[in-house]
Write a protein that binds this ligand. Structure first.
Ligand SMILES: [Zn+2]
Length: 74
C-alpha cells in the first residue's frame, strides 16, 4: 500500500474488487495444490464489475437460470 493520501471519494469511481482485494487474482486449491487464478468477479482486472455474476462462469452452459423465486413444491 503506497497511497500517501486519499483523493476525494467519488461515489461512482472504480471499486476495488473485494474477493481478490484488487489484485485480480485469487488463490485456488482446486487440482490439489494452491495456485492463482483470474478472479471471476473482476475477470482479473482487480476492479469490481457491477452486476457481474461471477457464478455464471461456473454454471454449465445452457442451463437456464431464473431469478424468480421458485414456488414451493412438495
Ligand atoms: Zn477480483
Amino acid at each position: 500500500m503506497a497511497e500517501a493520501k486519499e483523493e476525494a471519494k467519488e461515489p461512482e469511481g472504480p471499486i476495488p474488487c473485494s474477493p481478490c482485494r484488487g489484485s485480480g487474482k485469487l488463490n485456488s486449491n482446486s487440482g490439489g495444490e494452491p495456485h492463482q487464478v483470474d478472479c471471476p468477479w473482476c475477470e482479473g482486472s482487480g476492479v469490481l464489475i457491477e452486476e457481474h455474476d461471477a457464478q455464471a462462469a461456473q454454471r454449465p452452459e445452457g442451463e437456464a437460470v431464473d431469478d424468480k423465486p421458485q414456488p414451493a413444491v412438495d
